[in-house]
Design a protein around this ligand. Structure first.
Ligand SMILES: *Cc1c(COP(=O)(O)O)cnc(C)c1O
Length: 356
């Protein structure tokens, strides 16, 4: 069986070494030493000014929206994971979808201005599959209309834009360290911003607003993460160079194996260095995509329709159809991609796709 993804598992012994320390200290959560160590190492590895380790990537988004005090309408992309839209609605705001650019699959900056109204307070865009958005264009629109920008950078571990971590852009960027993501802490997420004051505010928000015992600095929620999750992150971080290198290899091998099939790949944004976190392929028709999925599944290979459906189809949002996002979501598959995926598996996948 070949799944679409598998979590990276570090050597068990290395995790057990961290467990020893946890048992000695008997301190298992609430901003413990391993959480602080992971944050320090992440900043160093990614070269970011700040990071807050959170319990997942969705709470990171919700805290970001809350911390920037976004109200009314938030411009967003329909081509993302459901958490991007649901977080907006959860925070009492209205998502206003802007269709995507068909080559990068990221929000199309040329269409944003037409959707701005008096009620617009921010833009929440996803760097789809770790491929950075057209950050400069989005920034100039945001500056012109005085809008805040949040990037859902869930997929972006290791991606660069203009030689800096993608996490350094926007007022706030959020990451997911879920088990299915390139770098994971089992469950987990990250909040990034170079605004120290904003980071401090979100640090309070992550911990109920606690400012010492019995004192509170504003409203908060429980977005903390534990020593056990931090330990997994610390173990995995040591392997990230290897993981990133391997992904690139695997993606280039797919490129090679599938070169004679009429499949479209995503175009990487100018100025970006991509992390090869997913291998999406776009078929000419929905029928072809579903046929490919069926054929692969008959061979116990499980690609995923990702992202599907286009988010304007959610029954709790009211909007018009997003033509491009909706069309692509019907025709796209992400092929299996994970650290242990072998060359022979990729060859097999290549043969199957060539035969249809
Ligand atoms: C995974 C993901 C999230 C949610 O992250 P969790 O850590 O699972 O809460 C949000 N947005 C995108 C684009 C994702 O892929």
């Amino acid at each position: 069986m070949i799944p679409v993804t598998k979590p990276f598992m570090p050597p068990k012994k290395e995790y057990e070494d961290y467990l020893k320390g946890i048992w000695e200290r008997e301190y298992i959560t609430n901003n413990g030493p391993l959480v602080r160590q992971l944050e320090a190492k992440l900043k160093e590895y990614l070269n970011t000014k700040n990071v807050l380790f959170t319990s997942n990537g969705t709470i990171a988004l919700q805290i970001a929206i809350k911390a920037l005090d976004l109200k009314g309408e938030i411009i967003t992309t329909p081509f993302s994971y459901v958490a991007t839209t649901s977080s907006i609605v959860w925070e009492g705001c209205t998502p206003v979808f802007v269709d995507i650019e068909p080559n990068t699959l990221n929000i199309n900056p040329a269409l944003i201005e037409a959707s701005i109204t008096e009620k617009t307070s921010g833009i929440l865009a996803t760097h789809v599959f770790g491929n950075p958005c057209d950050i400069d264009s989005i920034k100039s629109i945001a500056d012109k209309y005085n809008l805040k920008v949040i990037y859902d950078a869930a997929h972006c571990f290791g991606s660069l834009y203009k030689d800096k971590s993608v996490f350094e852009y926007g007022d706030i960027s959020t990451a997911s360290f879920h088990a299915t993501k390139l770098f994971h802490t089992v469950e987990g997420g990250g909040i990034f911003s170079d605004d120290d004051e904003l980071i401090q505010k979100m640090e309070y928000m992550r911990n109920f607003g606690h400012a010492g015992f019995g004192k509170f600095n504003g409203i908060g929620i429980n977005g903390k993460n534990s020593e056990f999750h931090a330990a997994m992150g610390l173990c995995n971080l040591n392997f990230m160079n290897e993981v990133l290198e391997k992904r690139k290899h695997q993606c280039l091998r797919y490129d090679d194996l599938l070169q004679n099939i009429p499949l479209k790949r995503i175009s990487i944004e100018n100025d970006a260095l991509w992390n090869y976190s997913y291998y999406p392929v776009i078929f000419n028709t929905r029928e072809k995509a579903l046929e490919a999925k069926k054929k692969l599944e008959e061979n116990e290979i499980y690609p995923r329709r990702y992202f599907y459906p286009s988010l304007e189809n959610l029954d709790y949002v009211e909007t018009v159809k997003m033509k491009i996002s909706n069309d692509i979501s019907e025709r796209i598959l992400c092929l299996p991609l994970f650290h242990e995926l072998k060359e022979e598996h990729q060859l097999h996948i290549g043969q199957i796709l060539t035969s249809i």
